[in-house]
Ligand binder design. Structure first.
Ligand SMILES: Nc1ncnc2c1ncn2[C@@H]1O[C@H](COP(=O)(O)OP(=O)(O)O)[C@@H](O)[C@H]1O
Ligand SMILES: [Mg+2]
Length: 310
């Protein structure tokens, strides 16, 4: 559905997007995750045909967004970062206006308006002025606008930004529902949002794509694989040395001493479980052992690991 190939954008000497390459398949809900300034909005503006790339290409449904921008845009429902709504229009009026701009008219337009008002939970407020709506409801109007021409693809740029926790919940719920019938690219800097909504995740930082995978696959194949906590009574330096020498152990960090018990974090390679060998080591070395447990890597760990400046 979306193919981004070596997409690059320079603003003067600043490289905002540096050779981004990724794909979104039909039906997927993909999280486009990166910290502020990563290049998400710039990528999205190129994808939606609003900003010409410096080099590289983007296609929507095999249509080049530069050469066939009108046809490509017809496939896309775009919710920009800040929606320029007309504050003095009523919700229904605004959607009618937006639908007309997108080429709808007559019966089709009426049917589409009813459909998006229903889907976005706007029926009750359809006669209200946009300026009297809460930020959460305004965001719904933005979504309804994105949906009015019935596009198969939604591109949403940080749709929950600036909303309060209840509004965030209901917008996320709405996006999840829309994901059942649409392909979605959802940009966000919030990791839990991606974990809650998306089937796939594309990570961007400093204009570069760092990873593109399913959340669970990312977690299980990352270097930041697993961490084991262990508490023993032993000489800290010697214990650290002995544990470090075990197979599949990447690093042993001495955390703290608590009433003669020494606590360590043992970082192990992905897919391995070194608890048994640690227990055996403690027994062989005659170290009293009080706790031994494994923490699986979370997406947060993966993200920190990927975006860490080594
Ligand atoms: N019109 C512009 N002119 C100059 N620099 C820009 C412009 N738009 C974005 N940038 C820069 O490009 C980088 C990426 O910005 P952006 O795509 O908005 O990031 P994100 O949406 O991930 O927060 C930032 O360093 C930003 O300052
Ligand atoms: Mg942005």
């Amino acid at each position: 559905m979306i193919k981004v190939d070596n997409l690059t954008k320079r603003f003067g000497r600043h490289l905002a997007v540096a050779g981004a390459t990724f794909e979104v398949e039909q039906g997927e809900v993909v999280g486009f995750l990166g910290p502020n300034g990563a290049g998400k909005t710039t990528t999205i503006r190129m994808l939606t045909g609003f900003l010409p790339p410096t080099s590289g290409s983007a296609t929507i449904d095999s249509l080049d967004v530069g050469r066939h921008s009108v046809e490509a845009r017809r496939q896309i429902g775009y919710l920009p970062e800040s929606v320029p709504l007309y504050r003095d229009m009523r919700v229904r009026e605004y959607l009618q206006f937006r639908g007309q701009i997108k080429g709808l008219k007559g019966k089709t337009l009426k049917v589409r308006m009813d459909e998006v008002l229903e889907r976005c939970g706007l029926r009750e407020v359809r006669r209200k002025m946009i300026k009297t709506l809460s930020k959460g409801f305004r965001q719904r109007v933005g979504l309804a606008d994105a949906l009015i021409h019935d596009p198969p693809l939604l591109i949403l740029d940080e749709p929950t930004n600036g909303l309060d926790p209840n509004q965030i919940r209901s917008i996320r719920h709405l996006i999840k529902q829309l994901g059942k019938s649409h392909t979605i690219l959802l940009s966000t800097h919030i990791l839990t949002e991606v974990e809650m909504i998306c089937d796939k995740i594309v990570i961007i930082n400093g204009g570069k794509i760092l990873a593109s995978d399913t959340p669970s696959h990312l977690v299980s194949t990352m270097r930041a694989a697993g961490r084991i906590s262990i508490e023993v009574k032993a000489d800290p330096e010697k214990a650290r040395e002995r544990m470090t020498s075990l197979d599949h152990v990447r690093k042993v960090i001495y955390e703290r001493s608590r009433d003669d018990w020494e606590e360590f974090s043992v970082l192990v390679e992905s897919g391995t479980d070194t608890r048994e060998r640690l227990a055996r080591l403690a027994r062989d070395e005659d170290w009293p052992l009080r706790s031994l447990h494994r923490h699986d890597a979370t997406l947060e760990d993966v993200f920190v690991e990927l975006t860490r400046k080594d």
